[in-house]
Design a protein around this ligand. Structure first.
Ligand code: FNR
Length: 353
């Protein structure tokens, strides 16, 4: 248990160190400015309505912490941020809280600090059904996230090596859990094939969590004695590419985006590619740990104001309107799409002819 608690603290410490400042694929996406928005700032509505889940804000705090004393305190503060800003919030993987009662409080604090909030439980795909149900109960959760993190497990010396169970296990959980189950990556993105496999077993909610922000190959590599995996740090699909891969399913699954969201404009780009909600993990951890709770709340309130500003510039009253705004796709992202047969021209011309 001590080893597990130490790992949780190390993840937080290493996630706070900035990664290399690579070219962001969000910079390959550009909106077309319109001089006549025809709406006002007050007309913008950020609410997201989905089959079994209604969000006041399209932004949510993504899964990070719990499982040690320090990360329990962080969870308490993240819950206060969620309450003050109306954002949904996920806790980090609850496996340690399920195995060890004394650590369950480092997750439960989230419900205590935000009794009426939207809270996502979080477990791995190898979890037995009864434990998944207990993870939901622990938080009176509104949805359950199940994370897929194969690269991280493989780079961790103590990690999983066999992933043959994941898909059948997921299917069992999907069939039995009666709140939304969100299958998420942890920063390596998803492909069209992954989405097809998830759709086929009945998954309705997905967070593609792409490359571009927190990098778990990088983090686990730094925890190793010899850091021999540096060369794998570019592994995975970025968030814009993951959303483009997801276009086949964008109208018949609820697709969330996260991973490397730097500012409100990145979030609006995801929404215009059909994402229903946008997860932020390390950006919130950073402002909380470096500047404190009040500053973090203020910054996220600014994000919400700025989302409305960008929506207004685009003449979009709501998230559906954004999906008709032309978005120009260039550079590496365009090259990827051309090779994969994803129609970038249609996205660049939509709404205009
Ligand atoms: C994470 N993430 C994560 N995801 C998950 O499903 N279960 C978990 O326990 C954790 N733990 C965790 C710890 C820390 C410190 C960080 C920063 C992240 C992954 C997270 O939810 C998200 O998918 C990625 O971090 C990508 O988003 P950002 O950080 O680029 O905004």
């Amino acid at each position: 248990n001590k080893i597990r608690e130490k790992r949780k603290d190390e993840h937080v410490r290493l996630a706070l160190i900035e990664g290399p400042n690579l070219h962001s694929h969000f910079d390959d996406l550009t909106f077309v400015h319109q001089s006549l928005p025809n709406i006002g700032w007050k007309d913008v509505n950020l609410q997201v309505i989905m089959p079994n889940l209604v969000l006041k804000s399209p932004l949510y705090i993504n899964a990070m912490t719990g499982g040690s004393e320090r990360t329990g305190k962080i969870n308490g503060n993240l819950a206060k941020i969620a309450k003050a800003t109306g954002m949904a919030m996920a806790v980090g993987s609850q496996h340690s809280g399920l195995r060890n009662q004394s650590l369950a409080d480092t997750y439960r604090i989230v419900r205590r600090n935000n009794p009426d909030g939207i809270i996502f439980a979080n477990v791995g795909a190898d979890i037995p059904l009864d434990l998944a149900l207990r993870a939901i109960d622990m938080l009176e959760a509104n949805a359950l996230q199940i994370h897929l993190n194969a690269p991280q497990e493989l780079i961790m010396p103590e990690g999983e090596r066999d992933f043959t169970d994941w898909l059948p296990q997921l299917e069992k959980i999907i069939k039995k859990v009666n709140i939304p189950v969100i299958v998420k990556e942890v920063g390596f993105g998803m492909s069209r094939t992954t989405l097809r496999m998830l759709k086929e077993i009945g998954v309705q909610y997905v967070d593609v969590s792409g490359r571009g922000g927190t990098n778990f190959i990088g983090i686990e590599n730094r925890r190793r004695e010899k850091q021999e995996y540096d060369y794998l740090s570019g592994w995975g699909q970025t968030t814009p590419i993951s959303l483009l891969e997801a276009q086949t399913y964008i109208n018949n699954m609820e697709i969330f985006a996260s991973g490397g969201i730097r500012n409100p404009l990145d979030a609006v780009k995801c929404l215009s590619l059909g994402a229903k909600a946008i997860g932020l993990a390390s950006p919130i951890l950073r402002v909380l740990e470096r500047e404190g709770l009040e500053e973090a709340i203020e910054e996220l309130n600014h994000w919400h104001d700025q989302l409305k500003t960008i929506f207004t510039m685009l003449g979009a009253r709501n998230i559906e309107d954004l999906c008709t705004c032309p978005l120009i796709i260039t550079g590496e992202v365009r090259e990827w799409c051309e090779v994969r047969g994803i129609d970038v021209a249609a996205i660049g011309r939509r709404g205009e002819w």
